[in-house]
Design a protein around this ligand. Structure first.
Ligand code: IMP
Ligand code: MG
Length: 178
């Protein structure tokens, strides 16, 4: 285990089980659609790669980069699009892939943003959900695991751009960010 972690919250094998369950659900629901999986960089990158590999049906992929955190652990509430989607989404079904939903600001913004650009449907899959921290209600269709209110890192999730490459998810020691 990484020295900055208090404990491992979700092991590699549990992540694998979660990803396979979500892939099967999404495969079933999207099998007849011409759709785009849209990853929110950078946090979703490991999750999305494993999710795609576990799916049987074909689909298009794209990425957006948004920012609302300035190297801290609290959402500022303002969401900026730093890199937009690179194909037309008019009339398309979109599935946004997120690492974690916390305040809900990012996903709430992105759904409205893509609908305003003409998407047919915009649904969401998140690997982790911290419902205790929600500030805006967002109906997420696919949730990997509900977790307690703690700051987690690993498997794509960072603190100040660190720990993203860990293959498991752990709770950061509070002294690392306080
Ligand atoms: P929201 O906009 O507050 O829902 O936050 C969503 C984004 O905040 C995620 O995409 C993550 O990048 C980041 N985030 C929220 N909670 C955590 C956490 O516990 N660890 C790492 N990043 C987090
Ligand atoms: Mg982040």
């Amino acid at each position: 285990m990484h020295k900055d972690l208090e404990k491992i919250l979700v092991s590699e094998s549990e992540i694998k089980e979660i990803v396979e369950r979500l892939a099967a659900e999404i495969d079933r629901d999207y099998q007849d659609k011409d759709w785009i999986m849209v990853g929110v960089l950078k946090g979703s990158v490991l999750f999305m790669a494993d999710l795609m590999k576990a799916m049987k049906n074909d689909f298009k992929i794209d990425f957006v980069v948004v920012s609302s955190y300035a190297d801290g652990t609290e959402s500022t509430g303002r969401v900026n699009v730093l890199k937009d989607i690179s194909q037309s989404i008019v009339g398309k079904d979109l599935l946004i892939v997120e690492d974690i939903i916390d305040s809900g600001n990012t996903l709430n913004f992105l759904v409205k943003y893509f609908m305003a650009k003409g998407a047919n449907t915009v649904k969401m899959v998140t690997l982790f959900d911290k419902p205790d921290r929600r500030k805006v209600e967002v109906p997420v269709e696919y949730v990997g695991k509900v977790i307690p209110d703690a700051f987690i890192v690993g498997y794509g999730l960072d603190y100040a751009e660190k720990y993203r490459t860990l293959p498991y998810v752990g709770i950061l020691k509070p002294e690392v960010y306080s």
